[in-house]
Each structure stands twice: as structure tokens, then as C-alpha cells.
Design a protein around this ligand. Structure first.
Ligand code: HEM
Length: 489
């Protein structure tokens, strides 16, 4: 390496690259850069060389494509950096001792390589995929715990929210009594639980406390390893950004949970006749919807990362997924997954309004298939002289909300059936076939669980199974989508 390169190498990152390239045997012996400004100018160098050698192609940066392959990642970094601040003053880097013909061959080969390298970042490490799946399984668990918390009416037992202090449950008798006293100030105790004893309070307290502790654990178990993986460079850029989003969503989930609880602590409930102290079904649906969203991102991301590490599997998939039939099938599968999500959200409305405690029959609702009080809130009657808009019924009338859930559930189940029938006619990847079969089976289980939950007036075990069933159904729908999706990282 001559003195000039050493000087460049010592002063800029790109200079180090040039020097390294030459030291490792790049065929160029002259590197010609007009450095009035641009790359070398940043190193404080002014170096004018004669344009005696032919320029390669129209791209002054083609020299990178002629360097040994081992240097390409570096070359890419620098070339894109240069492009970003590209100015016409950076003239033509010329490779002195490559013949034009030889240069052309090399150029084609390396240009392709260059393009691919530039587009395809290495996938995240498999451990990141496993971590996403583990976090997803924790979210599944907390959804089930949340369902139990609601069904055992424990959710309003802790009337404060403190991220750190809230971790310590009361220990002494005095602490327990103080906590119980706080609970007594709120409508749930005053209207529903005024006969409650301290041991009974302890059991609902522990249920809610466990729910919140698992929430904290999920936050930490996502953020700490995540920061470590990012620091170690185990994540691709896209996954790093997605992880930030998921971490924010987890934080937001805690906030949503607290606002949900607060909606059930409001004293306004005391002023309404026949009011039942419970959280707003809108907040409940938002909290459940956000949990389902976080879970979906974790599941799909985990599966994607693990597959991105299996080059052969990706290649086979790439070929199958090109078929028009498969593309069409995939669209239907996405639509069906969307329907499952929507049905689950309408289920949260049923749960939030205790709408499973009326019309405990199936398929009819009273005399007909549509409940007679479907539009009770928006119809003028003697008892309702000031009717609201029709959407109030759709969102707040328990009869209409249950009806909507039935209709959506049946639509979802029929779409799953149709998707399954369609799958018989399409040549699918093996695990996509497995997923679509599992989807059909699980849709059957879920509808059966829903109907029995209704017929038996929402017993805790059936309602909890129905809730977890909905997330299982969504998981299978997402898995099916994943098997039909081509992802690189
Ligand atoms: C694709 C099918 C279905 C899905 C995805 C689904 C999903 C859900 C979800 C997520 C909940 C909220 C659970 C909670 O937060 O605790 C729910 C509640 C409920 N669903 Fe479904 N459901 C389906 C079918 C049905 C069917 C066919 C019926 C009966 C006709 C039904 C009846 C109910 C009832 C009564 C509740 C309230 C249970 C409670 O209060 O905990 N579901 N559903």
C-alpha cells in the first residue's frame, strides 16, 4: 500500500475501505477520484488523476463491483453513502489493469450480486424468532387470565395503578384491611359486594394482581432480551423497528387496561337506575383488541423469522406461491382471518355487556331469528320517548350485540367452510393444507363452545374456553396466512 492510501485510510472510513480493498488484491492499481469535494475531500485531500483508463459503464461507482466478493458488504455501505452525498465532483474511479472485456463479464456478475446484496439484508437470528414466539405464548396466557379475571368479577378489586409499588401485595393484616377499605369506596362494593368478607376480597385481589404481574413480566421479558438482541446485531432493521412498535404497544396495553378499570370505578354508575358496576364494553373491546393485535404480530413475526432462516424452504415456497390460484386462495385466507378478528371483537362486546345472559337459546332468539327488541334504543315508544340513532342499538343494546355476534360468527364459520372447500382445488404447500384443515376443525369447536356457553348461561369454564378458543382460531388463521406468504426476513 503506498503512502497516499495509508493517508486516506487513516482519515476516513471510506478511505480505510479503499486501502483494504487494494491490500486484499483488488485489481485496481489506480484509484482516480477528483477530490475537489466529495469523499476524499472530506479527508482533506486534493488529488487529481489523469483519466487515462476507460470508465466502467455509466456508474462511477462500478469499481465496487469489481472488488473481491468478500468486500461487498463494505462496498455497499460506502457506495450507498457516497450516493447519498453524491456530487458531480466525484468523477470516475478507474480500474487500471482490467481489460474492458474482462471488466464487462465481471461487471454483469457482480452487478447482480450487488443488487441482491443491496436489497436483501440478512434475516434476524432464529433466537429472535423463538423469543417472539415465546412472548406470543405469554400474551396468549395473559388473555386467558384476563378472561378469568373478568368472569370471576375480580377486575375492579385493585383501585390504583402503580407500576412499581403495585408489585407488592399487602402482607400484614393491617395492610390487607387498608386495601379492603380502599375497595369499599367504589361502586362495585357498594352496589354488588357489600356482604363481601376479607378472605373473599383476598381471592379477587390475587386474581387481578396475578393478571397485572404477568403483564409486567411480559413487558420486561420483551424489552430486556429485545434490547440485548438489538445491541448484539441479531435483528434485521425491519425487525428492530417492529420490536420498538411492539414494545410501545405493550406499554399502551397497560394504559388501556388501567383506563378500562377506571371506567368501572366511576361514581356515575351509582346515579343510574338498575346500573351494574362493570367496565365500559368499549374499553374492554379496545383492551382485548390490542392484546389480539400484539399477539398476532408476535406470532407472525416469530414464524416469519424462523422460516427466513431456512433458505431451501423459502425457495420451494417462492415457486408454489407464484400460482394465480394460490394467490387468490391467500386473499380469501386473509379475509377469513379478518373475519375471525372482527367476530372476536364483537364477542368482547357480548362479554362486556353481559349479553350472554339473555336469549339463552339457539338458533332462535325468542320468537324469531332476530330479537324483537333489536332496535329498542332507536325506536320511539312510550318507555323510550327520545330514541337514539340506530348505531346505538348495534353497539350498546345487548340483544342487538348478541345478534351481531351470532351473525358474524356464522359468517366466519361459513367462510372457513368455503375456504376449506376451495383448498381442495388448489395445490397448496403441505403445511398450508394442514393449517386449513385445522382451521375448519377449530371453527367447529369454537362455534360449539359459543353455543354451549350461551345455552348454559355463561359458566366460567365454558366461557373461558370459548375466549381462549377465539385466540386459538385466530392463531391458526394467522398460521395459514404465514404459510402462504413469501417473506425474505
Ligand atoms: C367464529 C366463532 C366465534 C368467535 C371467534 C367468538 C369469539 C368470542 C370472544 C373473543 C368473546 C369474548 C370473550 C371474553 O372476552 O371473555 C366471545 C364471547 C361470547 N360468545 Fe363468541 N365467538 C364465536 C362464536 C360464538 C357463537 C356461535 C356463539 C353462540 C351463539 C357465541 C356466544 C358467545 C357468548 C355468549 C359470549 C359471552 C361470554 C362471556 O360473557 O364471557 N360465540 N366470543
Amino acid at each position: 500500500m503506498n503512502g497516499l492510501y495509508r493517508t486516506i485510510a487513516g482519515r476516513t472510513r471510506s478511505g480505510r475501505f479503499f486501502a483494504k480493498a487494494l491490500a486484499e488484491g483488488a485489481r485496481s492499481s489506480t484509484l482516480c477520484v477528483n477530490a475537489k469535494s466529495g469523499l476524499l475531500a472530506r479527508a482533506g485531500l486534493r488529488w487529481q488523476c489523469s483519466n487515462t483508463f476507460p470508465r466502467i459503464g455509466s456508474d462511477p461507482f462500478n469499481m465496487f463491483e469489481r472488488l473481491p466478493t468478500s468486500l461487498h458488504p463494505n462496498a455497499l455501505r460506502i457506495s450507498s453513502g457516497v450516493r447519498a452525498q453524491h456530487s458531480s465532483t466525484v468523477a470516475s474511479p478507474i480500474l487500471a489493469d482490467a481489460s474492458p472485456v474482462q471488466g464487462k463479464e465481471l461487471q454483469t456478475e457482480h452487478t447482480e450480486q450487488h443488487r441482491q446484496d443491496h436489497q436483501e439484508e440478512a434475516p434476524s437470528k432464529p433466537i429472535v424468532g423463538w423469543w417472539y414466539l415465546f412472548s406470543g405464548s405469554l400474551v396468549f396466557g395473559i388473555v386467558a387470565i384476563g378472561g378469568l379475571t373478568r368472569l370471576t368479577e375480580s377486575g375492579l378489586s385493585i383501585v390504583e395503578w402503580n407500576l412499581i409499588k403495585g408489585m407488592k401485595p399487602p402482607r400484614s393484616q393491617q395492610e390487607w384491611e387498608e386495601e379492603f377499605e380502599k375497595y369499599k369506596q367504589f361502586p362495585e362494593y357498594k352496589l354488588l359486594n357489600h356482604h363481601m368478607t376479607l378472605p373473599e376480597f383476598k381471592s379477587i385481589f390475587y386474581m387481578e394482581w396475578a393478571h397485572r404481574m404477568v403483564g409486567r413480566f411480559i413487558g420486561l421479558s420483551f424489552i430486556i432480551p429485545g434490547a440485548y438482541f438489538a445491541y448484539k446485531g441479531h435483528m434485521s432493521k425491519i425487525i428492530r423497528n417492529r420490536s420498538l412498535l411492539v414494545a410501545a404497544l405493550i406499554g399502551g396495553q397497560g394504559l388501556l387496561g388501567w383506563y378500562m378499570v377506571k371506567s368501572g370505578l366511576s361514581d356515575e354508575i351509582m346515579e343510574k337506575a338498575h346500573a351494574v358496576p362493570r367496565v365500559s364494553h368499549y374499553w374492554l373491546a379496545a383492551h382485548l383488541g390490542s392484546a389480539f393485535t400484539i399477539y398476532s404480530i408476535m406470532l407472525v413475526t416469530g414464524l416469519d423469522i424462523l422460516r427466513a432462516n431456512k433458505a431451501k424452504a423459502i425457495e420451494n415456497l417462492r415457486l408454489i406461491l407464484k400460482h394465480a390460484d394460490v394467490i387468490k386462495f391467500r386473499r380469501y385466507a386473509i379475509g377469513t382471518a379478518g373475519l375471525v378478528f372482527l367476530t372476536a371483537m364483537s364477542g368482547a362486546f357480548v362479554a362486556g355487556l353481559d349479553a350472554g345472559l339473555i336469549y339463552n337459546e339457539f338458533p332462535k332468539m325468542g320468537e324469531g331469528y332476530v330479537p324483537s327488541d333489536m332496535w329498542a334504543m332507536s325506536t320511539r315508544t312510550e318507555r323510550n320517548p327520545n330514541p337514539g340513532p340506530f348505531w346505538k342499538d348495534l353497539l350498546e343494546n345487548p340483544s342487538a350485540v348478541q345478534f351481531n355476534h351470532r351473525v358474524l360468527a356464522m359468517t366466519t364459520a361459513s367462510s372457513v367452510g368455503a375456504l376449506w372447500l376451495y383448498s381442495r382445488r388448489v395445490k397448496l404447500p403441505r403445511n398450508a393444507r394442514l393449517a386449513v384443515n385445522a382451521l375448519l376443525a377449530m371453527a367447529g369447536v369454537q362455534v360449539t363452545l359459543g353455543i354451549t356457553t350461551l345455552l348454559y348461561l355463561v359458566p366460567v369454564p365454558l366461557a373461558a374456553a370459548h375466549q381462549s378458543g377465539s385466540l386459538t382460531l385466530l392463531s391458526i388463521a394467522l398460521w395459514l396466512m404465514h404459510t402462504l406468504r413469501y417473506v425474505k426476513r
